[in-house]
Ligand binder design. Sequence first.
Ligand SMILES: CCC(=O)SCCNC(=O)CCNC(=O)[C@H](O)C(C)(C)COP(=O)(O)OP(=O)(O)OC[C@H]1O[C@@H](n2cnc3c(N)ncnc32)[C@H](O)[C@@H]1OP(=O)(O)O
Length: 560
Amino acid sequence: MTYHAEYSKSVETPELFWAEKAAELPWFKQPVQILSKDENGIDRWFADGEMNTAYMALDHHVENGRADQAAVIYDSPVANSKRVITYRELRDQVARFAGVLKAQGVEKGDRVVIYMPMVPEALVAMYAVARLGAIHSVVFGGFAPHELAVRIEDAEPKVIVTASCGLEVSKVIEYKPMLDEAIEQSVHKPTACIVLQRPQVKAELIEGRDLDWETAVATAEPADCVPVKGTDPLYILYTSGTTGKPKGVVRDNGGHAAALHYSMKAIYNIDAGDVFLAASDVGWVVGHSYIVYAPLLAGATTIVYEGKPVRTPDAGAFWRLCEEYKIKALFAAPTAFRAIKKEDPEGLQIQKYDLSNLEIIFMAGERLDPPTYHWTIEKTGKPVIDHWWQTETGWAICGNLMGIEAKAPKPGSATLPIPGFNVQILDSEGNELPAGEQGSIAIKLPLPPSCLPTVWKNHERFRAGYLSDFPGYYTSGDGGYKDEEGYVFIMGRTDDVINVAGHRLSTGEMEEIVADHPAVAECAVIGINDSLKGQAPVGLVLLKDGVDLSAIPGPIYPNI
Ligand SMILES: CCC(=O)SCCNC(=O)CCNC(=O)[C@H](O)C(C)(C)COP(=O)(O)OP(=O)(O)OC[C@H]1O[C@@H](n2cnc3c(N)ncnc32)[C@H](O)[C@@H]1OP(=O)(O)O
């Protein structure tokens, strides 16, 4: 199969293409309706299929010969801990935790917020929610109480799952006080909070509301998988938009499973039994798709790494993992490799480890700058594959199909559109531009499986933000061009979103927070170039008349 044949089939006969991909998954009832319209007129995949994502990723493999294979390898230099969890063990832990949630009244369609560090229990909680046909909303552990409160208020969870703390390089971050403050700030209150007590910190539990994870699991009845429709939501993941309020990207079950399962082989060349490391966080879409779901849908082994590329303990962290677990493919944001390059410019750490199992390094999350691209190839001797995607799509829009036909990469390009994505460059009038001309990057409808069908509780925001600029197209918010061979070059955002260390941040949201300060009359937040993090946010502030800075508590820096 060539890239061209695969891609052409996907855009010329999308229903046939995706019916074949979906048929590779263990549905309870195979979908007959492959592509249809929902009540909002949005294209939906596999509406009449019945399935359960946790069943497809766990039970199915246990029943088909993978029970004793490692599903998850947890490696935490910060907790000084390592654990291997087989598919059978993970399935059993998930079923039990689903029983805990069920006992708290969680049913199909209910929301559960998960605010956890990079521990295997975060995956257990996500799969347990999926097992019940409920909807999880994972909030990145680095978010402060206000950001968490905004998300709790929007998702309205019945239950919140958290841990007593997260472990950073040189500090322990107590999660529970931040959760308590967020619940205090939110108008919506959950009926219960389940707290994983980690040995480093014992959280105070609030009687009548908080449950201890271990105690609750000890007496729980395992819960079965609840069948859901292909179009039922699996999760909500909030992402920064151009306004202060984050958008709740909705992901369905069926399209997500079909696209992610396909991507593991087609894009990453990962087969069942292989080991895959996505060095990100469960709070980001990379974590959802390529730490939690895709590797297990494919029957592979996923690494849950609670550490950093550097300082845990040194710039050899990734290479140590690759040797120790025989990792076949490594995926991280360019900022991680810039951090490694800064601390180990000669690549001396790389030479200390046996990287013979590592075949490919993938990067995404922000622009891959050519110096980092060339350095990584030169020092590791491995192919480096850039690819471009978004929280909204859940998987790559442009990339290089390493499991189908590897194309020669071009520095600065995310290579070619992934099958299913009809990528076009449009001018301001919506006309398709020829090769070499820069414009808005748009995707001709229908979007392939896994892409968002709406914004949680705000369909108008979805329609206005993504579908109204160019009728018949999804607007990505990124600008760029294609060359004569169809290679796509992403040049940056066309809106007020900046990218800091692979984290998509809204300047509008930051402006709201700065403007809240009693001394501030007006402010603007912009992104400036940063050699390590790509961009850094800088706030320009106009103070109110008569403000006496010395009388104001808090971090104000008058010289900046
Ligand atoms: C393709 C679709 C997408 O774009 S999805 C998004 C892809 N992005 C990513 O995967 C993120 C990539 N970036 C990273 O993994 C990190 O930035 C790396 C490179 C590892 C560096 O991490 P770090 O040194 O922590 O810097 P940072 O700028 O990320 O962190 C800023 C401050 O936040 C803190 N933090 C971080 N994680 C947590 C956490 N889970 N819980 C609590 N706090 C956290 C960090 O400690 C850091 O704090 P401080 O500023 O040092 O006080």
